[in-house]
Ligand binder design. Sequence first.
Ligand code: ATP
Ligand code: MG
Length: 241
Amino acid sequence: MLRVENISVRCGVATTLQDVSFSLGSGRALAVVGESGAGKSTLIGAILGLVPCASGQISWHGAPVCQCHPALVMQEPRAAFNPRLSLRRSVMEPVVAQKMQPDLNRLDQLCQGLELDTGLLDRHPSEVSIGQAQRVGILRALIAAPPLVLFDEPLSALDAVTQKHTARLIAQMQMQEGFAALIVTHDLGYAAAFADDIAVLRAGQVAEYGAAHAFVAAPQTAYGRKLRDAAFALGALEHVA
Ligand SMILES: Nc1ncnc2c1ncn2[C@@H]1O[C@H](COP(=O)(O)OP(=O)(O)OP(=O)(O)O)[C@@H](O)[C@H]1O
Ligand SMILES: [Mg+2]
């Protein structure tokens, strides 16, 4: 289980995260929602050990998170790859970094699950569509079978049809692979459809945290209600309500 306990992060004099706590069980999905600047990416950085915490603790099954080799799926699919490397080289980087034996069956299987033609991997990042690049990003995240995968706005660079397709594939891959997923998203409809739990981050603090269906049915705070009602107004929650 991922445990985030009372963490605070400071950037200069500003506090970007304050007393943030939540947990995420193996194989479960947690969505972190909140407006721009709320601290969502900072939170991912803190979990990955890239952003130092002023206080608090983060652990995976009682050990430092880095020991479980968590994977990250980034928002900008093409920017996530070295433009000079073939996608295949980039995809295999986690396997090389962790000194694992390359498993071509696993690569084929994951490509199939992500509806990716393996021939695509011989191209460079600029030679595939954004939607394909994001699925290759997910492939790279999953290749070394991490128990924990962090997604920072994985759909926001994609068009509406590609968003739905990619969201469905992420959900299928999570069922198949059983990783714990932490998904940062602006999209409350997606959060409610995909995640078991939702944490609402506001100005660096957890404003609301609990089961996704309970949040959608009855937010506990005025801010939570405002977010939920705004999503309803956009039609974003129609498919989950
Ligand atoms: N390196 C930094 N130095 C100073 N302040 C920073 C730094 N990185 C982020 N911040 C500040 O921390 C706050 C949280 O930023 P963060 O990027 O985590 O927000 P976010 O919720 O991911 O927003 P978005 O939805 O726009 O991606 C913001 O006020 C931001 O200006
Ligand atoms: Mg961000």
